[in-house]
Write a protein that binds this ligand. Structure first.
Ligand code: 5GP
Length: 192
């Protein structure tokens, strides 16, 4: 998605430790018109696949999932919550995810009320790095008995292993920009 790639080149900042900061338009301050274009692009890539539910994870995925849902004609968005262990009960699907940016493990939960058999789910997230967040969301879908249709990622860091792991599982993974390499000196290089 050229609009997104141009914006990353213009405003993205490469940090030490393999982190790409896109705080000025995606992760902190939000460019809503860019979000809308992202939503339309996900729709274009996943239309006519019977998707009736969009699943994401708090916090950065929520806005992106909402504009995507709007492009799909307002299908519901469910966001997995990061939860303390003591709050977990039997009415939840739960799994554990290790955060790439924070370097710690946390529980993620989805209420059984909101996803179940018969649902056709599209997972949406902002970044794909090692794949922990996405694999966690996939586990929640599996627990629910719903069908995973695919996953849409705004920025995939292609030099980390998440994309390869997910594609090897035969999942339809669509990333709108794939970073082939990046460093503080030379900036970002995209995969073609
Ligand atoms: P993974 O679980 O695939 O290792 O990492 C994905 C999650 O970590 C995303 O949900 C995102 O919040 C965060 N993340 C991973 N890499 C980056 C990065 O380079 N920049 C930012 N802003 N977030 C990242």
């Amino acid at each position: 998605m050229q609009l997104l790639k141009d914006r990353i080149l213009k405003d993205g900042v490469v940090k030490a430790g393999g982190v790409l900061k896109v705080d000025s338009f995606l992760n902190h301050q939000i460019d809503v018109s860019l979000y809308r274009e992202i939503g339309k692009e996900f729709y274009r890539r996943f239309e006519n696949m019977g998707i009736n539910k969009i699943l994401t994870i708090e916090a950065s995925g929520i806005g992106i999932a909402c504009v995507t849902a709007e492009a799909f004609g307002d299908c519901p968005v469910v966001f997995a919550k990061k939860a303390e262990s003591k709050n977990l009960d039997g009415e939840l699907y739960t799994t554990k995810v290790t955060s790439f940016t924070k370097g710690r493990e946390y529980n993620v939960i989805v209420s059984k009320k909101f996803i179940g058999k018969g649902d056709r789910v599209l997972i949406i997230d902002d970044f794909l790095a090692n794949g922990c967040a996405l694999i966690g969301l996939m586990e929640l879908v599996e627990q629910s008995g719903a069908e995973l249709v695919g996953a849409g990622i705004v920025i995939e860091k292609g030099f980390q292993r998440g994309g390869e792991i997910i594609r090897q599982k035969g999942i339809k993974l669509e990333s709108l920009a794939i970073v082939e390499s990046m460093d503080e000196e030379n900036g970002v290089v995209f995969r073609n």
